[in-house]
Design a protein around this ligand. Structure first.
Ligand code: URA
Length: 434
């Protein structure tokens, strides 16, 4: 078998066999297939798609590119959640400590920023000293001790996803249903909780722009999960505008801390309570959604979940002092207000443009393995449906230099649309699929 023939077969729209997919993933892992061939194969998969069997074979091959373990054997009530990627999506930072405070356990493999979307690991690495590269024994020890651990793909854990993810990020091949579904579900299969809540984002700042595509992705992942013996449900949630008010790593961490103390923005708090409630339901720790939400609301009000965030950050080498005092988080040199040029109601706030602006400021990567700047980003002051007066603040930019700041200002102004008539804010949760 040759990698070249497998690329050509996919390029021509033919289905790959289990053996061909396994051969390709092995070539990737053993360094025999160079990046340029993997990139060509990814583009062929992106353009030609993959059928259900190919996606299942790819998921299985990726999951078994490293070790696999069932975290349900180590700590009780292990439940996982995973987002398909969005802008301002810091949900894991809140939901994981929150559900752990409610008695569940969370062991997660998370990702870094991908394209215009942010990544949980980049956000967590805003805590000075935090590492997501734990070896297997540290991973298991932390999980057994604290019931919360968030790591990266390592040479031990789904290494094939680590390699493919980094290449997809820089070859415009992220937004493909089989590639996203296999990337996410291989991680769930490798470090598997038996119950998984998928947060499938839809809209301008998501990889799935239409509801029908988001539902197709959710169904593909539910089917994959169920065929692998997991209980899976999916939310289809809005990503037309950023979630919450911050975009950029340390800024998002600060917003997550506020939310865990019961002082987060309404949309983000509601989103976290919805995802968390579904996790409690899947773990059979609440009779219905209302009971689950009330339980989690009480935890948020009491601020007790902050202790679980401290456990997570501290056990992985991070400085927990910045949880008490977020001023200790990385800070940008320049902070600049963007002022509204007109009055009216915000009718659009293009999440993808805001995400790309954050990447351009340095919060994400333009090249493979580039470091990110944890300090930079955007704080929004107005979102869809809000009234704004001429000269009022629309957003604040946190930048490291004047040129980046000026580019960001132009882009942000273009991301906002303002109209005379009042506007309804978008629905947060579009569908719940079981
Ligand atoms: N999250 C992942 O883990 N993988 C993707 O491909 C997209 C989002």
């Amino acid at each position: 078998m040759l990698a070249l023939d497998i690329i050509a077969k996919k390029r021509d729209g033919l289905a790959l066999s289990k053996e061909e997919i396994e051969f390709f993933i092995q070539g990737l892992m053993q360094g025999e297939t160079p990046d340029y061939q993997v990139a060509a194969w990814l583009m062929a998969c992106y353009l030609q798609g993959m059928n259900t069997e190919e996606t299942a074979h790819l998921t299985y091959a990726m999951a078994h590119s490293g070790r696999t373990l069932d975290v349900g054997d180590i700590a009780p009530l292990a439940v996982d959640k995973h987002s398909t990627g969005g802008v301002g999506d810091k949900t894991t930072l809140v939901v994981a400590p929150l559900v752990v405070a409610a008695g569940l356990s969370v062991a997660k493999i998370s990702g870094r920023g991908l394209g215009f979307t942010g990544g949980t690991l980049d956000k967590l690495e805003s805590f000075p000293g935090f590492t997501s590269d734990l070896d297997m024994s540290q991973f298991l020890d932390n999980f057994a001790k604290y019931r919360i651990v968030v790591v990266a793909q390592t040479p031990d854990l789904v290494p094939a996803d680590g390699k493919l993810y980094a290449l997809r990020d820089v070859t415009a091949t992220v937004g493909s249903i089989p590639l996203i579904a296999s990337s996410i579900m291989s991680k769930k299969l490798a470090v598997g909780a038996r119950a998984i809540v998928l947060d499938v984002k839809v809209g301008k700042g998501a990889f799935m722009k239409s509801e029908s595509k988001a539902i197709e992705l959710a169904r593909a992942m539910i089917d994959l999960g169920e065929s692998l013996g997991r209980r899976v449900m999916a939310l289809i949630s809005d990503m037309n505008q950023p979630l919450g008010y911050t975009v950029g790593n340390a800024l998002e961490v600060k917003e997550a801390i506020d939310t865990l103390q019961g002082a987060g923005p309404a949309d983000f708090t509601t989103h976290c309570l919805t995802v968390g409630a579904q996790m409690l339901l899947l773990a059979e720790q609440a009779k219905n959604e209302q009971e689950a939400q009330l339980k989690l609301q009480d935890i948020l009000k009491s601020g007790q979940a902050i202790a679980n965030l401290k456990d997570l950050v501290g056990a992985q080498g991070g400085d927990t002092a910045s949880i008490e005092d977020p001023v200790l988080l990385p800070q940008a040199k320049l902070v600049h207000l963007v002022i509204s040029p007109q009055e009216g109601y915000i009718s659009q706030l293009d999440a993808m443009e805001v995400g790309l602006t954050a990447v351009d400021l340095g919060a994400g990567r333009k090249k493979k393995n580039e470091p990110v700047d944890h300090a930079v980003g955007i704080v929004l002051h107005k979102k869809i449906g809000d009234r704004v007066e001429r000269g009022e603040d629309l957003a604040t930019i946190h930048a490291q230099n004047q040129q980046a700041l000026e580019r960001a200002q132009g882009r942000l102004l273009a991301a906002y649309d303002i109209q005379e008539e009042p506007v309804e804010p978008p629905t947060l949760i579009h569908h719940i699929l079981r």
